[in-house]
Design a protein around this ligand. Sequence first.
Ligand SMILES: Nc1nc2c(ncn2[C@@H]2O[C@H](COP(=O)(O)OP(=O)(O)OP(=O)(O)O)[C@@H](O)[C@H]2O)c(=O)[nH]1
Length: 883
Amino acid sequence: MWLAWACCARRVIRQNVKAPRRLLSTQASPQLDPLSKTTRNIGIIAHIDAGKTTTTERMLYYSGYTRRIGDVDEGSTVTDFLPAERARGITIQSAAITFDWPPKNPQASPTLPPASFDTVPYSSFSHNINLIDTPGHADFTFEVLRSLRVLDGAVCILDGVAGVEAQTEKVWTQAGQYHIPRIIFVNKLDRVGAAFSRTVKEIGVRLHGWPAVCQIPWWKGGNGDFVGVGDVVHLRGLLWQGSTDGSQIQPYTLEQLETIDKTFADEIKKARIALVELLSEHDDVMVEHFLEHDEDHLAITGLQIMQSLRRTVLQAPQSVIPVFAGASFRNIGVQPLLDSVVDLLPSPLERPDPETSVGNQIGTLANLLNAAPKAPAQPQKKSKDDNAIGPAEARSLSACALAFKVVNDPKRGMLVYVRVYSGKLDRGANLYNTNLHVAERAPRILKMYANDAVEVDSLSSGQIGVIPGLKYARTGDTLIWCKGLALKAQPPGGLKSLQLKPITVPPPVFFTSIEPHSLSEQKHVQECLAILLREDPSLHLTVDEESGQTHLAGMGDLHLEIARDRLLNDYKAKARIGKIEIGYRETITSSTTPNTYILDKPIASKPAKAGITVALTPTDDMMVPVSISGETLPEDGPFETTYSLPDNCTVHITHANLSRHDSSGHKNHIPPHLSLPGIVASIHSGASAALARGPYNGYPVSNTRIEINLDAAAHLFGETTPTAISMATRTAVQNSLKEANDASPSVLMEPVMLATIFVNEGSLGAVVQDISSSRGGQVLSLDTSDAPVPTTSLTSELPTVDPNQIYTPPDPFASGTGDVGSGLGDSQRQIVARVPLKEMVGYLNQLRALTGGRGTFVMSVDGFERMAAQRQKEVVDSMREFV
Ligand SMILES: Nc1nc2c(ncn2[C@@H]2O[C@H](COP(=O)(O)OP(=O)(O)OP(=O)(O)O)[C@@H](O)[C@H]2O)c(=O)[nH]1
């Protein structure tokens, strides 16, 4: 009999349910919030083209939110909604969509979840899933990172033919750094050449974890026709009917399988033994179950196995990786995968508290809110320290949320996706943006269900939702709500500087110039660019105020190509966009003595006067990308303020007589309309503007320390305004940069990439030769992808896995046993090399030519390096050719 999945799952699972003797709940406080308890915020991560969007479309369809299955190849998917995504068949923006799994019965009245899930599977109750489909292309790594931040768990999709690919490894490691519990879905098992066994072994060695094979592929008659899966957890076969929408699944018990496909039934038993053995090594409770069941691997219930898997998945670091099988495009395997999402991945209540800062204090959100002294606060007495949160202030915080994504929806306008981390956010709340220090009202709150937006009254902690109509909030901003606080009022004490940990934005390595067709178009072009930047903080914009030239910089050529498409096609900006070029940096080679500049000219027809003293010093040669928080450094004394700027630059401001900690004496030194925070912020913005274009070749300036002396008596006047300070600083720094360049010419720094290249053994020699001779790269390591991969600093907590110790079922297409350790003739090799970015432009085509189309690679910025004189000359000459 064919059964719809939801009923079939319930029935089979119920047969297996027995109350375990020892119960374990990882939930912090299960009764706290029934909604959060039954919420899963999960992401889908993978290499490009592994099938993320295809799988997501099935998830939406089976959960009842779409009436037809969208097709990537026809451009009819829900999640890839940008025209640029649909045209290219790739995901660029991560989209967050909500659905329920198992589907809710629309006729049934709402019920509360069971008090505990100790005796029933989580998937026996409908859960609210917020799913984030992330891009696989390396140019959009930042999109992936900002999504990872708000996830509680992830499904990693692998292409069953290609196995563990370069980008998978990268995203997997990044997710591991955020301690995100992960499960794996081996997709595309219907394709000729699919190798489940090899893929599972690659999971072990490349992703540094023990694969727990929870499903094995069901190849009809043992040959290549993929028809379903063997469910190792519940000991059954699940057969999908070919050429249907996949909603009907035929379950077979082991006894039934014995008669129709004995080899398959035997393999499920072997897989079960391996699974119980593996779990017993990582979970003591499983050992107890094993002994209770007289050491019979098959007698342990499906629920006990699931609970054990869940415990191991939630261990940090995660060393057991549950593996599932399917072919989304053929509609096979998605429903059991969804059950596993609910059963194995954590609710928001089971996740660690987010990292947060208040001024220079760093801790978890709960810690910072509770760190306030326990004694009752003096109601009228205002906290002296602006960087502290007292008990009264902590109590006044009604909600704290992170804006993790801003999308300009063609129909609904600007949508800000938020995740609430504390409290409850109500419709109509006045949200204070602690990054921009502005407040704005949240007129409505939405949940995005596939194509429909549903209005809700509030979002509680752990929930993801969308606020439409916000004017300022950008991706990465922290939004707080203090109930009762007027829109124009500031939150009390340290609350106004409370920030959830920002995401590291990598330095941009490509740029293009943008020029409006006419002066009248300029305003519209600028508005469109502002939207692009609000959506994507990994784009950088610089405007040269003298020449009016605008440069847009980004992470990769595809990144800028997409930005160009959006600007011209989606937003209809009328502008000429230049060719995409490498973003070099220039750096000074000599120090300057202090120069004082006094600006004294009207600004916007009003008298303005301000002065500043500036000196420059070059810093280290090598530049390593670092995160720029825009915050002052904690080690500063009261009379100095240091900002880290992009590209290894710093600005150190000395402000004698003006203490950062005590403003009571400031009125004796500075005009009443100015404040020290406002002054240093203006100096910061002026210095940043000057560094955006260097005097040597117009590239951003790197590796420079700016010493600024603010002498209030000599530099501040009655006509001094923040704009005047900023302009004076900009000119002073520009003058000093010119002086340094005249004394001894600046040099160029070029982006150098860390490339990981996967090739077949036969092409190794040619690829290494090409990298090291023709491209001037430096090969750092050569590994076989079959050999146990040694752990690195990022994976050092994880096991080094011997592939021979991993259980796998036989592959129908395998030339041998699929034993990765046995050294197959055409095994994969991994080359890690440092190569200048200039030499990697268009590399994929060359790699494909050298490897018969089989080579792949990923790269990320490793740093910027000073160029040798000859190389620099070539670059400068080639640039002049285009002028
Ligand atoms: N044969 C087969 N093809 C599949 C399967 N799943 C996806 N595909 C195809 O693989 C291609 C890529 O699928 P997508 O779903 O766009 O992959 P993706 O991971 O979202 O790709 P990006 O968004 O670009 O990273 C499309 O042509 C799909 O039709 C599968 O199970 N079997």
